[in-house]
Every structure is written in C-alpha cells, then in structure tokens.
Design a protein around this ligand. Structure first.
Ligand SMILES: [Zn+2]
Length: 452
C-alpha cells in the first residue's frame, strides 16, 4: 500500500497548480470591489500592442516556429479580430503578400516561403486571409490548385495526410474539411469515408483521439466533432458519451484540461469550450434535433447515418454548414424516452433569453482565463508561472468569446451582462465555432466564395 501514499509526479504538479490558482483567487476575493473589477478587465490595449508587435517582428527565439509562420499570422490576426480591432493597411498588405509566398505553385500553403505544403499551415493561412477579409486577401487563394492538393492528401482509409508522406490523423481531417468548406470546394470525393476515420477514433471515454487506439484529447475531440458536423455525419458519433467526457474535463481551477488527469491549460478554453459551442449550435439550428442524453441507445437501426451523408452532398454542403447540418428530423421523430427533445429546451431560451444554462461552468472558465491566464502587460498564457505566447492568446480569447455567448439561444442578440464576467467591455466578437474565425469575417468569405 506504500505506493498509494507517495504522490506521482502528475499529482504533485496538480497540487502545485491548484495552490497557485487558489492563491490568486484568495487574493482576488480579499480585494476591494474596485480592484477586483480591474483584475477582471480584459487589457485590450496591451493585448493589441503585444499582438501587433508580433506581426511586425519576432525575436531570434522564434526560429523554432519557422515552419509555422502562417499559424503565427492566424493566432495574431484572429486575436486582434476578436477584440474588434484591425491592423493598419500596410501591415495587412505585407501579410497578404507573405502568405502568397507561402502558397505552393501546385496548391496549398507551406510553413514559410518555399516550404512543402501542409494541411495545418494551409488551414492557418486560409483562416488568416478570411480574417483579413477583402478582395485582395480572398482572391489570393488558388482554390483550384488547393483542391487538387487536398485530393492528393486524401488516403484510401478516408483520412487525410498532413503533407506528402505525412501522418494521417484527426487534425489533418479537420483542417482539410474546414478549409474546403470555407472555400466552397467540399465535394463527395473529399468527404468520402472521412466519417469512418473519425468514428474509429472515438474512444471508450467518449472523447476523440488523434488516431485509432490513442487517448481521448480536447484538441482532437473538437476537430473530430467539427469535422463530423461539417460533413453532416455527426449523428454517427456517440454524442451522449462525448458530452459525458467533455463535462468532466473542467477542473477545480475553472479551466479545462486536455486529457483525463492532466493539468489545466488556458488553450483548452477553446478546444474544450468550443465543443460546447458546437453542441449548442447543433441543438439550436434545428428544432427537431435531439441529442441523446440518456443511456447508450446508439445503435438505433433507423438512425439516419447513411442517408445524412448522401443528403449532404446532394443538397450542397454550404447550406448545411451554416445551419450546423441536420437531415435527421424524420428519424428523430422515433425518439424514445431516453432522448431529450432539445427543441423544448431551446424554445425557452429564445423566449426567455438565457434561461438554459451551458453544460459547463462558463463563469468559472472566464474567471480562470482573466485571472490566471491573462498577462496584464498583454498576451495570455497556459497557466500562472508560464509566459504569454501568441498561441495561448488566440485560444484563450476564442474560449472567452465562446463563454460569453454560452447562454444564448438567439445568436443575433448580445449576451446579458451577467453572462460576461468583469466589465461588459470585456465582450468579444462572436466566432463561427466550426472554423474559429470571427463570425462577420466568415460571412464575408462565404458570400465571396459563393459568388466566385
Ligand atoms: Zn496550452
């Protein structure tokens, strides 16, 4: 029994993090209200300054990210857009030119000029250009060549390879499908069997792993779920178990961990928090849809799985994407008592405004982001004691935006003040949770790529 008395490394780390976080909370709650409201304030000016400087020039230590330069663009541009700020026209022009130089002559984007095209950096480049918006940025994307690059990355298993000869995983599937959907080039060929691949990655815990047989993980679960929604096959997943898994990833600190028994980390504010935004969207877009909240009755022989995917390709995916996709009304009318009719829940929320609480503790997550992840001098971080970086700034802010709208039934009206922790000026722009781009930038791109 001795081994049970000495804590493991992870247990020790967990105790240390809890102590640090609880000290911050204790200090906060002992402060006078005026200081409290300062502590909870999103330091917009400092964040924008930190981000804009990063877009202009980075120190020599960033050479390790040389193969991720479009990612740095995306993290920075998206963070700035979330705060409803813009970069100056010259910097915008330079960024478009730079990303143009990352575009491979045969399609797709590499990590830097002349580098091999890669699905992840392609996603980052396309999301950056969509975030910048405008004809110059959007028309710089060679969609035809990009489509043939994606076809080349498609594997016989249904999954996608990250790059020529690269690994097949859920991220590759998501980045390919997200980009294809955003650019309106998603078709049967790209969609074929992707759902089988994602399905093979849902684990016994309910979350989704990167590859079949690995451990459920927040980033992959977001990517897998978003992919299944985009290809209109989300009903094939065991959503009940997925929800069960994700709700238990929120820790005592208020933030999320990425995997069971791991430490809290600010970036999972989006990877896990975004899952709730996807689920909410799934529920609110179609009244008749229901998510199974009861015990595992997933093998309904009349489930709409196969018809859903063929419907998707017949009717054009664009419409389904913007609506979260649901062709399952008829089948769902066979619901038994183990399933909750989400329509009834949502009905309340659209009338009574925010009567339905989110499935996670949104205020606790906002508290973690603002008090523990925020560097008051600009930028956000993983956890106290770590340094700020552009990646965590992007995903902490994306998570914050998701939290602020987690109560809403009606996407068009602004959230109630009590849904926004701290001053109401903390309110960020809404995102489209399937792509993680700011909603109005998504709408501009959607219109542009429907026309052209
Ligand atoms: Zn992180």
């Amino acid at each position: 029994m001795e081994s049970f008395t000495s804590p493991t490394v992870t247990q020790r780390d967990q105790i240390l993090v809890e102590q640090q976080v609880f000290n911050i909370f204790k200090t906060f709650y002992n402060m006078p209200p005026s200081s409290q409201s300062f502590m909870l304030e999103l330091q917009r000016e400092n964040h924008v300054e930190y981000l804009t400087n990063g877009l202009k020039q980075l120190g020599p230590s960033f050479c390790v990210l040389d193969a991720n330069r479009p990612w740095i663009c995306y993290w920075i541009l998206h963070s700035i857009a979330l705060m409803d700020e813009f970069v100056d026209p010259e910097l915008e022009d330079n960024t478009i030119d730079f990303l143009g130089r990352c575009q491979d002559p045969n399609g797709g984007y590499g990590g830097g000029p002349g580098q091999m095209p890669h699905l992840a950096t392609t996603y980052a480049a396309v999301n950056s250009l969509v975030t910048l918006g405008g004809d110059k940025a959007l028309s710089s994307i060679n969609r035809q060549k990009l489509y043939s690059f994606m076809r080349k990355m498609k594997d016989a298993s249904g999954g996608f390879r990250m790059h020529d000869g690269g690994e097949i995983d859920v991220r590759a599937c998501y980045t390919a499908i997200s980009v294809a959907s955003l650019l309106n080039i998603l078709d049967d060929e790209l969609v074929q069997n992707v759902g089988n691949y994602i399905l093979s990655c849902q684990t016994y815990e309910g979350g989704i792993s990167g590859e079949p047989g690995s451990e459920a993980h927040g980033g992959y679960t977001f990517c897998g779920l978003a992919t299944m929604i985009l290809i209109n096959e989300v009903d094939r997943l065991d959503l009940s178990r997925l929800i069960d898994w994700v709700v238990f990833q929120q820790g005592v600190e208020g933030g999320f961990q990425g995997r069971t028994n791991k430490l809290v980390d600010g970036c999972y504010s989006f990877w896990q928090g975004g899952i709730f935004a996807l689920l909410k969207r799934l529920n609110s877009t179609k009244g008749e849809r229901s998510i199974p909240l009861g015990g595992g009755e997933d093998s309904d022989p009349e489930s709409p799985q196969t018809t859903a995917s063929s419907d998707a390709t017949d009717e054009g995916l664009n419409e389904d994407l913007s609506q979260g996709g649901s062709h399952s009304e008829k089948a769902d009318q066979h619901d038994t008592s183990s399933r909750v009719n989400v329509d009834k829940i949502d009905h309340n929320s659209s009338k009574g405004h925010a009567k339905v609480e989110p499935l996670f503790n949104s205020l606790a997550l906002q508290q973690y982001i603002l008090l523990c992840s925020q560097d008051l001098n600009g930028g956000l971080r993983d956890k106290p004691g770590k340094s700020r970086d552009h990646y965590h700034t992007c995903y902490c802010l994306s998570g914050l935006s998701v939290c602020q709208r987690s109560w809403l039934g009606d996407e068009d009206s602004p959230p109630l003040p009590r849904a926004v922790l701290g001053p109401y000026s903390n309110l960020l722009e809404p995102i489209h949770p399937l792509y993680n781009v700011v909603l109005d930038r998504y709408q501009e791109a959607e219109e542009f790529f429907t026309r052209s």
